[in-house]
Write a protein that binds this ligand. Sequence first.
Ligand code: ADP
Length: 311
Amino acid sequence: MEATIEVTGLRKRFGRTTALDGMTFTARPGLVTGLVGPDGAGKSTAMRVVLGLDTADEGTALVGGRPYRSLRDPLCQVGALLDADALHPNRSGRNHLLWLARSHGLGARRVDELIERVGLGDAARRRAGGYSPGVRVRLGIAAALIGDPPVLMLDEPFDGLDPEGVDWLRGLLRSLAEEGRAVLVSTPLMSELQGVAGHLVVAWRGRVVADTGVAELVADASRGRVALRTTARPEAMTALAGAGAAVAVTGRETLTVAGLAPERVVALLDAEGVPFSEVAAHRATLEEAYMDLTRDAVGFEPVAGGEESAR
Ligand code: ADP
């Protein structure tokens, strides 16, 4: 059986709150699958159900084709990071890992390999109580990897990381997927997964509202858009909007234009005497594609964030 996470028709209520309302998705080997959606969308609940920490009212959640509770040696089947703060404050990171390793018949060598892999460095021998969010995430991922599982599930691992930490985590996730693992990562901020996710599952109100490959999504969002570089942004916007284009500001000297062919853009700017230095096919960022997708699918405004949207 392929090492996948397969969630089908999950429903879960907490009192009057519907946390999961028919959630269905699959995370496949060799790919980072982004589970993206605003707070309260049901991302954590779905992950907790996969691990058997919550019981669904309806539906199934399988890891490698089996319910989590029936897995033999679960840490060798699926590694998870749900709460990076769940640490004993007086224990060192290394001791935390040693304890976990021993419970699975693994030794100090495995622990030291993982400390190296996640770049814990000297922090491994310090008390976990003093760890920054970035160090806690490194330790949490090392713990998730202890049994070398083919499936990984990380709930909002980018939360609290500085830009350097975000870059590091993107690289690590890519390499874990390249090793053939199925990697499921949740986040409220699409921009974090730029260049990382191969597949996207967009969750909203306990349901999946989009399930798509990232390459197709970005190609769709790029189609028919023109990127323009000009020192006369207001004048360019007036000229192009006057011709019926939808114009968005993407930087101090850059705009994207939808609804006009590149030749029309050039002709219009020339006619109006607006200077420009570049007109090119636009390549959408993952976040732009996500914005389009959520607007079309359900009309919710996702949280904008990350460096891509701030540019
Ligand atoms: P996300 O991870 O996407 O932010 P969650 O799965 O944490 O979403 O939450 C989905 C909904 O379920 C939210 O409305 C949340 O308040 C509710 N919820 C989650 N866990 C519990 C719980 N243990 N008790 C009551 N409500 C809960």
